[in-house]
Design a binder for this molecule. Structure first.
Ligand code: FPP
Length: 250
């Protein structure tokens, strides 16, 4: 039986977040430079976006470039930034045809200006699409995001817009880059690494984590289906007991 037909459409995660990892190792296995891995990673981005939209997933967040990635060799960073611009420009019509909204989270204004411009154009053009949101984490790290939220909160307290005593989890959430997006129910990391790597640390509090040995450039629709089937087999307790969850279902 194919995996897609095993998915329960009534129990889909509304938000799936992915750490796309293993491009470099994939390239090495093919005896090619690292950028060849990133170029082939774009195919996986396309397939995963298509599969997620077809299934009816509302939000797909992809960790495309972390604040730590600037420490990579300059050649690789430049090539990645060019690849992003090229991909954004090339794929924007496909996003329009498929009614997909492009969004980005991270310290975006510090991206090279041509990457930033391509991103702003893509987001503006797709702003009213509403089938699925493709959210790219770019120059993103969760510690940056949390620090940024605390700074914004401090400023609002200083301006008397907010009282410290009124700061609830819901209000804190409004200062995060994901303020309009529900927390991911499922986080996938490829390439057999078992880490969160500074990705959505606040938002992943109750997410189901799924790790696969598959390297990102080899990730295809079937791999996403398998991750969702695994997600659907889990019991999400949110701190409650199994018995409580079962009695609520009755
Ligand atoms: C991690 O693999 C991958 C990245 C840091 C970049 C991901 C970027 C893309 C797939 C390209 C374009 C994306 C979009 C959204 C248009 P790695 O280089 O850390 O691999 P390694 O761990 O094997 O070295």
């Amino acid at each position: 039986m194919d995996h897609k037909s095993q998915i329960n459409i009534d129990n889909l995660p509304s938000h799936v977040a992915i750490i796309m990892d293993g491009n470099g190792r994939w390239a090495k296995r093919h005896g090619k430079p690292r950028i060849f891995g990133h170029q082939n990673g774009v195919k996986a981005v396309r397939e995963t976006t298509e599969a997620a939209a077809e299934l009816g997933i509302e939000y797909l967040t992809l960790y495309a470039f972390s604040t730590e990635n600037w420490n990579r060799p300059k050649l690789e960073v430049n090539a990645l930034m060019s690849l992003l611009v090229e991909t954004l420009r090339k794929e924007i019509n496909t996003l329009m045809e498929n009614n997909i909204r492009l969004k980005a989270i991270g310290d975006l204004s510090k991206l090279p200006s041509r990457t930033y411009q391509a991103l702003l154009e893509g987001m503006a053009k797709t702003a009213s699409n509403n089938r699925m949101t493709l959210n790219l984490a770019l120059n993103y790290s969760a510690r940056w995001e949390i620090n940024n939220a605390v700074q914004l909160i401090a400023k609002d307290i200083e301006k008397n817009v907010l009282q410290a005593a009124d700061l609830t989890e819901e209000i804190f959430n409004q200062y995060l880059t994901t303020k309009d997006i529900p927390d991911p129910e499922l986080m996938i990391r490829t390439s057999g690494e078992y880490r969160i790597s500074n990705f959505l640390l606040y938002q992943l509090a109750y997410s189901e984590l799924y790790f696969t040995e598959t390297l990102w450039p080899d990730f295809r629709k079937e791999h996403l289906y398998q991750a969702i089937i695994d997600f659907q087999s889990r019991e999400r307790r949110f701190g409650k007991t199994s018995e409580q969850i079962a009695s609520n279902k009755r």
